[in-house]
Every structure is written in C-alpha cells, then in structure tokens.
Design a protein around this ligand. Structure first.
Ligand code: NBP
Length: 501
C-alpha cells in the first residue's frame, strides 16, 4: 500500500480535490462507481497534470482499499443522501479498526451524526467535512469544515491544512495566484476542527444559507438599479466593481462584476445576463438552514426569505400571467442617481450584517442543542478564503468575536453597531423607495424588519398572546409580575376578574 489517502466519487468535486491533494505531494488512490469515469480521469491526468505519478486508479473497491496506508483515510465525494450510505455500506466490510472515512459532500448534519455513531460502534472513525468553493476551490484550495472525533482529525489535519485555501495573516485576504503543480504553501489555512460528529456539516449548511442571502441581496441591488435608474448591465458592472474596493469586497461581488460585463455569444451587442431566464434553482442547503431555524425557533427570516425568493422566481409562468392582471405603481425615480446608488450599497451592507447575525445566531443555538463548542471567530476565519462567501467582511466578524467570544448577536459588536447606525438612514430610504415603486426587495425588507424587531423592547406580541388566551386559553404573563407566572381571563366577560392559571 502506498497511497496516503483515497477518494471515492470522481465527479467535478472529487476530481479537483484529488488533483489538489496530489499537488501537495500525497499519493492518492481513486475509485468511482462507473469505472469509465475513473479511467478517463486518469488518462486525462497522465496528459495534463504535473502530479500524475501520484494518482493510483482502482477499478475494484477491494484493490482501492488495499492500496491505502493504514490507518486508511478515505474521502467520499458523491451525491449526498442515499449514495453516501451506499458507498459506506460497500466500504465497511473491507476496512479495519481505526480506519477513517471522511464525507466531503453536502450531507445533512443529522445524517452525519447517525453515521458517526454507527461507524464508531464498528471501530471506525467518521469525519463529516464540509467543503466549499465549488470546483475551483476544490482544485486550488477550498474552505474545509471538518467535524468528528479529534483523534481522527489529527490524522487528517496535515492534509487538510495543506490543501485548503490560504489567507494572508496580515490582511486576511486569500492568496489566489495558484496553478496546477504549484500549490500555495504559505499563509493561514482555511480549515479547523469545528466540533464533534455533525458540527462541520452543520456549519457548512449555515455557510450555504448565508450564501443564499448574500446572492439574493446582490440581486435586489441589481434589480433596483435596473428598474429605478435604468442602468444597463455594463454600467452596473462598474458600480459593483467600485463596491468591491470597499467594505463589500467579496467573491460574490467580484463575480457579479464579471457576469454583468459578459457579452451574449449569440449577439455580442447585448449582455448575456439579459438573456438568462429569471428562474433560480436550488439544491436544498438553504432550505435545510431555514427549516432548522424554524425547528429551533431562531428568527433567520432573511435567510428564509432568500430561499422563498428562489421559489417565487421558479413560478415563472404564474408571474408572467399575474403581471398582466395585478397592478402596481410605475417605477419612477427622479432624484440624484449617485445618491441612490450609494444608498443601495448601504442597504446591502446593513442587510448583510443582519444576515450574518442570523447565521451566527443559528450556530449559537445549535451548539446548545447538540452540545458542540463552536469557536465563532475561528469559523469566520476559515471562511475568509476558498469558500463562496469569502469576503473582507469576515475579518470584521473574526475581530468581533476576538473582542467578545460570548457576543450574543453580531449586531451588538461596536464595529457592526456603528456600521448599522451610520448606514441605516440609507437602508430605510431604499426599502421605502422599493415599496413605493413596487420593486420586490424581500431580503432588504426582511433584514430591516429583523433589525427593527431585534432592537424593540416591546413588540406587539402582547396583543398576540392575548388573542391566544382569548380563543385557546393559552394564558399570558404580566409585565408587572415575575416571569413564569401565568394568567387567564374570560376575555369577553368584563365582569369576571383575571385568575392565575
Ligand atoms: P454529484 O453530487 O453530482 O455526485 C456524483 C458522484 O456521485 C459520481 O461520482 C457518482 O458516481 C456518485 N454516485 C451516485 Br450519484 N450514486 C452513487 C452510488 N449509489 N454509489 C456510488 N457512487 C454514487 O458530484 P459533485 O457535484 O462533484 O458533488 C459531490 C459532493 O460535493 C456532493 O455531496 C455535493 O453536494 C458536494 N458539493 C458540491 C459542490 C459543487 O460545486 N458541485 C460544492 C460543494 C459541495 P457515477 O459516476 O458512478 O454516477
């Protein structure tokens, strides 16, 4: 056996991660259910890849397992769900005590908890490691979020630290000057042990939930500039490019700048984005994040709104029909263009702060539920490079948790509090303009509602609880009595006194 590690699942992520690992000097055994994909991959690598001699293609699972040094480290990168279980079931009889299976797919964290428990009972380790960054990330340095037994993590740590993205420790900016065979070896690696069992996959899921809202906020900014200012894609590309020089500097703003410049290959006088159908797909991690927020009773409304925005976009035919029936105001904006662009930038920044506050609040609650000890500063740190939500902003989050590791809500950190105070007039202006002009901006609006709700010492839930007591005798607490003392009245009957329930 001379493979340092093995990988099963040679689709886009698997192929790229294998080449990344091999570039760092490790021998990698590879296997894929459909053998032709494995042989094609090895054939192509033999022609093009500097690290070709470190790849060991295996047609049979038995040979693959035998090729790996003990304790074996085997990464599974197949479609999440049943395929992952099928691969594990096939592997287990061939493994020996102390071997380590790593799931690098987008698994549901509760599946990871179950698998870790089952495999531990069989003497095997199981690490659930979120991998973010798409195919380029996998190839040249993703952000990696491993969860599981710390002992197994020790075996993986050198490889994970080698292959993950690297950031400049001073500026927090990712190093991105990579090419095949010449991996980046300096800088801080974007990986850290997240916690026990499903913690890594949970954090990866929340990362994806944040990715949904980050993307939606950019789309709303685009829609407002297009509808109210009549900017074309090329002009908006310049706006996003300028935003990328400031606080909003991020991968998603950067790719938006590129996308908006792209000409349509079918008609180069036009921009390609205008030819793309306005229906968005989804694979489920945003939905999982939102469902989990509902299950735990955490108000992650902006993240959920981003999922619903994709759902609404998918109702294309209904929307086209409704656009001929349902009326709204004709969009009109006559004031200073530059002022509105600046206001939209501020609205985007404030909404982004709320969205991240929600994501971190979710993780805070989940760690109580699953008895994890998450280091939020560290999580923000490993998202600074490699992953889809990488941004200058994440350094500010790391700084916030360094100032106060027990921070209750990101919005309460002095830096973010000041940012919200300084920019909120513009945020409110944009939400108001969107509403009066009939431009749908659900993420900007729900983020603002979250901000205003969170800072309210009294919400109308007094009336709501009274309604519940009225029709269902659900009882209520009183502002002038200790918490935990419950009352009930027969509401329409003014004559009868309230009673303690
Ligand atoms: P896919 O999610 O498209 O999965 C394809 C792979 O799964 C192929 O190797 C396929 O083998 C294998 N597979 C399936 Br499907 N059913 C199987 C089974 N029953 N037994 C064995 N193998 C099976 O690949 P991907 O897009 O590279 O993603 C891999 C994982 O990484 C997923 O969990 C995904 O959610 C996650 N992820 C993807 C991205 C991304 O940008 N694509 C980013 C981050 C994370 P075959 O060749 O024999 O059909």
């Amino acid at each position: 056996a001379n493979a340092d590690i093995g990988l099963i699942g040679l689709a886009v992520m698997g192929q790229n991660l294998v080449l990344n690992i091999a570039d760092h000097g490790y021998n990698v055994a590879v296997y894929n259910r459909t053998t032709a994909k494995m042989t094609d991959f090895i054939e192509r690598a033999q022609k093009e890849e500097p690290s070709r001699d470190r790849l060991i293609g295996c047609e049979k699972l038995e040979d693959f397992v035998k090729a790996i040094k003990r304790p074996r480290k085997i990464i599974i990168l197949v479609q999440a769900g049943k395929p992952t279980d099928a691969v594990i079931d096939g592997l287990v009889p061939l493994l020996e005590k102390g071997d380590i299976i790593v799931d690098g797919g987008n698994a549901l964290w509760t599946d990871t908890i179950r698998r870790e428990k089952d495999l531990k009972a069989k003497g095997l380790y199981f690490i659930g490691s979120g991998v973010s960054g798409g195919e380029v990330g996998a190839r040249f340095g993703p952000s990696m979020m491993p969860g599981g037994d710390p002992e197994a993590w020790q075996h993986l740590e050198p490889i994970w630290k080698a292959v993950s993205a690297k950031v400049d420790p001073e500026s927090g900016k990712p190093y991105e000057d990579y090419q095949p065979g010449k991996p980046i070896t300096e800088g801080e690696p974007c990986t850290a042990h997240i916690g026990a069992n499903g913690a890594g996959h949970y954090v990866k899921m929340v990362h994806n939930g944040i990715e949904y809202i980050d993307m939606q906020l950019i789309c709303e900014a685009y829609q407002l500039m297009k509808t109210l200012l009549g900017l074309d894609a090329g002009e908006m590309s310049e706006v996003f490019g300028s935003w990328n020089e400031g606080d909003l500097d991020s991968f998603l703003i950067e790719i938006t700048t590129d996308i908006l410049q792209q000409r349509d290959p079918a008609d180069p006088s036009k921009f390609l984005v205008d030819a793309v159908l306005d229906t968005a797909g989804q694979k489920g991690t945003g939905k999982w994040t939102s469902t989990n927020a509902l299950d735990m009773g955490i108000p992650a409304n902006a993240i959920a709104e981003a999922v619903f925005a994709r759902c609404l976009s998918a109702l294309k035919e209904e929307r086209v029909g409704a656009s001929k029936v349902l009326q709204g105001p004709a969009p009109e904006y006559k004031d200073d263009k530059k002022e509105l662009i600046d206001a939209i930038r501020d609205a985007l920044y404030c909404s982004k702060i709320c969205a991240y506050a929600q994501g971190f609040q979710l993780m805070r609650e989940a760690q109580k539920e699953y008895d994890w000890k998450l280091d939020f500063g560290h999580i923000a740190k490993i998202w600074r490079g490699g992953c889809i939500i990488r941004a200058r902003f994440l350094q500010k989050i790391t700084d916030a948790y360094a100032r106060d590791p027990k921070l209750v809500n990101l919005m309460l950190d002095p830096y973010f509090k000041d940012a919200l105070h300084n920019a909120q007039a513009n945020w409110r202006k944009v939400v108001a303009i969107a509403a009066t002009n009939g431009v749908s901006a659900p993420a900007f609006m729900s983020a603002l509602a979250y901000y205003d709700g969170y800072r309210s010492d009294r919400l109308p839930a007094n009336l709501l609880q009274a309604q519940r007591d009225y029709f269902g005798a659900h009882t209520f607490e009183r502002v002038d009595q200790p918490r935990g003392k419950f009352f009930h009245v027969d509401w329409p009957d003014k004559a009868r006194p309230q009673v303690e329930a």
